[in-house]
Design a protein around this ligand. Structure first.
Ligand SMILES: [Zn+2]
Length: 307
């Protein structure tokens, strides 16, 4: 018999958090790494070849974070836009570094064919705290809607608004981690005063398609490319990955708009969300970053070939 999990250390089971519990949770989130050293330094390196745009700023207590996007140098209104977003969940490290690796290693290959717009680290506070939420205990990736309660999401939506109907492909780079099950899902249940229902973390890479406009050929092209770099997550005993039916190898679907997910912010015909699994004994951090970069290339290549 399994021992029931210990209650989350903040709040009272069954009671949603108020301001006091949010403050207590926040006090338990130390800064663990540096956005400036890890991310801004790489963005600086890209300046000779790409335009770098500051698209917003997050002011959180003593901390302030400048938000940056990377654009193709010679932006042409007659070319389709490719949107790459990383670090919407700041703790999902390969989303951030995979986006940067794509730009650095492959970005110029697409010059004259597309306009690249890359926001590599949407949630820098979460990057530094290795957390899923922002300091208000809000998940930016459930907050991409008008009047967003998360400034991370609102700033990205403002950046993208002028081109949202000209985006051909949007790929949002994420990870699914063991800490989702040990920390972040329990924290979410505690925050909302709900019971924590244990789940299963899939071992391998998978994609999330839009159930409102599924693009199976596109998703399979990305899976086929990533499979060369890291293993694809199998379905669990119920034919599911994290509670959703597997519709094709390594692919599940969500209603992106209804859930206010980042991948819903454009009217792109091709959208996907990557989920790299960094905790596998069979995946190195280098492979995880490469899987993200390869996924972006495959997504763009497929979209350009099927316009
Ligand atoms: Zn995520």
């Amino acid at each position: 018999m399994n021992t029931p999990p210990a209650p989350y250390p903040v709040g009272t089971p069954g009671t949603p958090w108020g301001d006091a519990e949010r403050a207590e949770w926040l006090s338990r989130q130390p800064r663990q790494r540096s956005y400036e050293a890890d991310v801004l330094s790489v963005i600086e390196r890209l300046r000779p070849s790409f335009d770098v745009e500051e698209y917003g700023r997050l002011d959180y207590g003593p901390d302030s974070y400048r938000l940056f996007a990377i654009r193709s140098r010679d932006w042409r209104d007659d070319l389709p836009v490719v949107l790459v977003t990383g670090g919407v969940h700041g703790y999902e490290t390969s989303g951030v570094h995979g986006a940067l690796q794509f730009v650095e290693q492959h970005g110029l290959d697409y010059a004259d064919r597309v306009n690249l717009l890359v926001a590599p680290c949407v949630s820098p506070w979460g990057y530094e705290r290795i957390h899923r939420w922002n300091p208000h205990a809000i998940d930016p990736n459930r907050s991409f809607r008008d009047g967003s309660p998360a400034e991370e999401s609102a700033a990205l939506m403002r950046l993208v608004a002028p081109v949202r109907d000209r985006v051909l492909v949007h790929i949002d780079l994420h990870e699914t981690t063991d800490t989702d099950e040990t920390e972040f899902r329990p924290a979410l249940a505690a925050r909302d005063g709900k019971p924590f229902e244990p789940g299963e973390i899939p071992d391998g890479f998978y994609l999330v398609d839009d159930s409102e406009n599924p693009q199976p050929g596109f998703q399979q092209a990305v899976i086929a490319a990533v499979e060369q770099v890291t293993h694809i997550a199998p379905a669990d005993g119920n034919g599911e990955i994290i509670g959703s039916p597997v519709v094709a190898p390594g692919v599940i679907e969500y209603p992106l708009k209804e859930l206010a997910l980042c991948a819903s912010i454009t009217s792109a015909p091709y959208k996907t969300t990557t989920e790299v699994y960094p905790d596998s004994p069979r995946a190195t951090p280098g492979q995880c970053n490469a899987a993200q970069a390869v996924a972006v290339c495959a997504a763009v290549d497929y979209a350009l070939a099927h316009r």
